[in-house]
Write a protein that binds this ligand. Structure first.
Ligand SMILES: Cc1ncc(COP(=O)(O)O)c(C=O)c1O
Length: 459
């Protein structure tokens, strides 16, 4: 509606935004800087359009969630129809048709006995829910001392206090909010390029990192540990794709010590990695998975914690067993209706398979960049990919330690029509509908960006 806006009107909107709109994770000074504010007004397919009418590939697909692409009127219509019929009903007391269908659908899509679905309105809520389920699961089974969660360095799990406590991505600044949970032991991240435990191959790194979790459980005392939480592939740790041994060993370790295993699939779920769920690459069924983002591709705010039957059964009995937890918007009917159509599209259009195919193509196109002086590694799975930028290949010091390098590169990419997150890595998580030519165009823009930044920095 505001496309091709006059400068004067843009300035008025900018001033209003700077005065009133608080941006998550952003420093106000950065937003206030020249060109620091972008206002988006439209999107179609893989591209998003700003208020000046400029179109860009959205290399991050929103926040790694617009799986089915922009502009799906079918989803908007489903939400509209549901809101017209019944936009809301007391979600603590009543079921609605879309909520029932969505729970059944998610149960049928997830592996193994993951059949019980607690609906939420986002990823942090889903993680918070999983953590509270884990705590009460042990209490209900007479093991109330199992209160600790184990997380991994670099992992991101959300921003509510419980989710923050297991959040180990540096940008969340968790220390500011201490004390949160009593103690959250940190396990190593199975990132082969920078294996903390010195593993020389992906397999060696995976085995050492998974075995280290057992070491932590034993050190803490297994009777005090509630759960291990981990993303199948951690985006915040720079798209850390573990070797094939990691998840099976983690499963065995958790089973051996009566510890629940939570797979946080908020980003990896619904095709992002070329399988419906990230854990499917590893043939492992966790006790719970948390999802959000791709369940609606962002058309509505919906999430879920999906638990194994054995977990849900621990909550059946007298009132003391009831899970004392819920959100006003758990199972919101319009959200559930949007999710159902979004999932239809993912399945009908074969977007999981497309993610696998286009992900391979993207990786093939980007891998030659490894020969360049500022690229330390290129890795990914499905349409979740990282180009790791280094100042020095031998020391692996991040290129982002050179002041201004990352913003300069981001600017070049955006000038060429690609919006993407640039820091220690160029992270690419585009929409799952990409075509061959779109993949090639994105890869060319990234290649140009790498050449440009090398030139600017005098490599
Ligand atoms: C793995 C993971 N878990 C949880 C969250 C939190 O989700 P939300 O931002 O919807 O609260 C995120 C968000 O990026 C995430 O990537």
């Amino acid at each position: 509606m505001f496309d091709m806006i006059e400068d004067r009107e843009f300035e008025a909107l900018r001033s209003s935004a700077l005065g009133h709109l608080w941006f998550p994770f952003q420093q106000w000074n950065d937003v206030a800087a020249e060109d620091g504010l972008r206002i988006m007004t439209g999107g179609r397919g893989a591209k998003i359009r700003d208020i000046h009418g400029r179109e860009y590939y959205d290399g991050f697909a929103g926040l790694a969630l617009v799986n089915v692409g922009y502009g799906r009127e079918e989803i908007a219509k489903a939400a509209y129809d549901q809101m017209s019929a019944l936009h809301y009903a007391n979600t603590f007391a009543y079921a609605t048709l879309p909520a029932i269908k969505l729970a059944e659908r998610l149960a049928s899509m997830t592996p193994g006995n993951l059949n019980r679905v607690f609906l939420t309105s986002g990823g942090s809520d889903s993680v918070e829910t999983a953590m509270k389920i884990a705590r009460q699961y042990h209490v209900n089974r007479g093991e109330s001392q199992r209160a600790k969660f184990i997380s991994r360095r670099g992992s991101y799990h959300g921003v509510s206090l419980g989710a923050m406590a297991v959040n180990m991505a540096p940008h969340v600044k968790r220390d500011i909010f201490q004390p949160m949970l009593p103690r959250v032991p940190a396990a190593p991240q199975p990132l082969p390029y920078r294996c903390e435990l010195g593993g020389a191959t992906a397999s060696e790194c995976a085995t050492r990192c998974a075995e280290a979790v057992e070491g932590i459980i034993l050190e803490e005392g297994p009777e005090t540990v509630a759960a291990v939480i981990a993303e199948p592939i951690s985006l915040s740790a720079g798209v850390a794709v573990p070797g094939p041994e990691y998840w099976p060993i983690l499963r065995e370790v958790c089973d051996r010590h009566g510890v629940l295993l939570i797979a946080d699939e908020v980003i990896t779920g619904f095709g992002r990695t070329g399988r419906m769920f990230g854990v499917e690459h590893y043939g492992v069924v966790p006790d719970m998975i948390t999802v959000a983002k791709g369940v609606t591709s962002g058309y509505q705010p919906v999430g879920a914690c999906i638990t194994g039957d054995h977990v849900a059964e621990a909550f059946v009995g007298g009132d003391d067993k009831t899970f004392a937890h819920g959100y006003t918007y758990s199972g919101h009917p319009a959200g559930a209706a949007a999710a159902l159509v979004n999932l239809d599209i993912i399945q009908r259009e074969g977007l999981v398979e497309n993610s696998a195919r286009m992900g391979r193509r993207l990786l093939d196109r980007l891998t030659p960049l490894k020969e360049r002086p500022v690229v330390g590694d290129v890795r990914g799975l499905g349409l979740m990919c990282a180009v790791e930028l280094v100042k020095d290949k031998a020391t692996k010091e991040p290129l982002s330690s050179i002041a201004g390098a990352a913003p300069k590169l981001a600017r070049r990419l955006s000038d060429n029509g690609l919006l993407v997150r640039v820091g220690q890595w160029i992270i690419l998580t585009p929409v799952l509908t990409l075509s061959d030519s779109e993949v090639d165009e994105i890869a060319d823009i990234v290649g140009d960006g790498v050449s440009y930044i090398e030139g600017e920095l005098g490599y």
